[in-house]
Design a protein around this ligand. Structure first.
Ligand SMILES: NC(=O)c1ccc[n+]([C@@H]2O[C@H](COP(=O)([O-])OP(=O)(O)OC[C@H]3O[C@@H](n4cnc5c(N)ncnc54)[C@H](O)[C@@H]3O)[C@@H](O)[C@H]2O)c1
Length: 359
């Protein structure tokens, strides 16, 4: 499956060239995907042309690679000031409350995912910006066909995350039709990364399992063994996002695209980890409220339109992902073991659904 292991920055440089680099604002840039996206954009367009933003405090190294600003997507005026001050042309909107976090705090999920998106969409309309805002396989629901799920199908999700993402897709399309806004979106599968922790999604287990394997050679999984879901390695996700971001308008036949890379269940992932790490790796299954979310999502997505229109072409399959994750994380845990440093789970503490969280 894996043909090359491209250095992401080199791949980005090779793939894209523009006469005048756009000035890009990335919201939610300190999340799982933001850091890699910012680095890739900066390698392509120049550090000074990419403004990273979030409401969290960045680490020193995240500040040192280019401009960083505090920007709460719920505050239109503050966002507008960033757009005006930095002469922003494009927004990559990564601020969101993910599926499990959204079930835990629906009010926050609705506010950030709906009102925050409305603000960036209005900024795009009022200042003539290109806006890329990712959607998710979580925009599908229990009545959606689960295999080879097409771009256009039944979409009746039953999570706050899914509902807010369908709202985002439709409103983005509406603004494109009605006001000529250059809105673009792609429905990511679960994204797997070693360098940045996931932010509270239903596929977070597929990252945490590697940390637990290396730390204690065992894992307690919050999904059932046979829950098969679409997944992608972060490099494929970011390269694809760059491709859609830079695609010429005339190449786009739709505004929202499925993207699929690979699919596996916890037991299939465990088998690969045993093969590459240790036969003794132990797993137990303790499904929690996230199982009900996963049960509504596709097993595989059809992504012909993304491949045809702007060249989506993922390189990493399940075996590649397992090998890379172990290669990247092994030295971290070896160093931690020798210094006896704390290596607690990178997964946010999301163990209870909204219904049982006093609020
Ligand atoms: N990671 C995945 O597996 C995955 C899968 C499907 C879709 N997506 C989508 O990709 C995008 C990025 O996801 P991610 O995994 O990096 O998310 P994440 O949860 O890791 O990061 C989201 C960031 O948004 C920031 N944020 C929250 N509220 C904010 C506010 N009011 N103003 C500004 N920033 C705020 C957070 O501080 C955080 O850094 C999201 O739209 C998400 O829905 C991600």
């Amino acid at each position: 499956m894996l043909r090359t292991m491209p250095n992401l920055n080199l791949a980005a440089r090779r793939l894209y060239s523009t006469a005048r680099p756009p000035r890009v604002l990335v919201t939610g840039s300190l999340g799982q995907l933001g850091t890699t996206m910012v680095n890739t954009l900066r390698a392509k367009f120049g550090s000074e042309n990419v403004v990273a933003s979030d409401i969290k405090k960045p680490a020193l190294e995240q500040r040192s690679t280019g401009p960083f600003v505090y920007a709460d997507v719920l505050n239109y005026r503050a966002m507008e000031q960033v757009v005006v001050d930095y002469g922003i042309d494009w927004i990559v909107h990564f601020s969101a409350i993910l599926s499990a976090a959204g079930e835990r705090n629906p009010a926050l999920g609705l506010n950030v995912n709906i009102n925050g998106f409305q603000n960036v969409l209005d900024l795009a309309k009022n200042h003539g910006l290109r806006l890329l805002s990712p959607s998710t396989m979580g925009a599908f629901g229990p009545t959606t066909p689960k295999d080879e799920t097409p771009d256009l199908t039944i979409m009746r999700p039953n999570t706050i995350y899914g509902i807010s993402k369908v709202h985002m897709e439709l409103l983005g399309e509406y603004y494109t039709e009605k006001f000529g806004v250059d809105f673009r979106s792609l429905r990511y599968p679960g994204i797997i990364s070693a360098d940045s922790p996931p932010g509270g999604g239903t596929t977070d287990y597929a990252v945490d399992i590697f940390h637990s394997a290396l730390k204690e050679n065992r894992y307690s999984c919050f999904l059932k063994s046979d829950t098969r879901l679409p997944m992608a390695y972060i490099d494929d996700c970011i390269v694809g996002t760059m491709q859609l971001l830079e695609a010429p308008q005339e190449a786009l036949t739709q505004r929202v695209y499925n993207v699929h890379a690979c699919a596996f269940s916890p037991e299939e992932l465990t088998a690969e980890i045993r093969r590459h790490h240790s036969d003794d790796f132990a797993i137990e299954y303790r499904p929690d409220f996230r199982q009900a979310i996963a049960d509504t999502w596709p097993r595989t997505m059809a992504d012909e339109a993304a491949r045809r229109d702007w060249g989506w072409n993922p390189l990493y399959g399940t075996t590649d992902i397992v090998r890379i994750m172990l290669e990247k994380l092994r030295p971290v845990y070896a160093a931690n073991a020798s210094s006896n440093a704390a290596t607690s789970s990178l997964i946010p503490d999301i163990t209870t659904p909204a219904a049982v969280v006093a609020n």
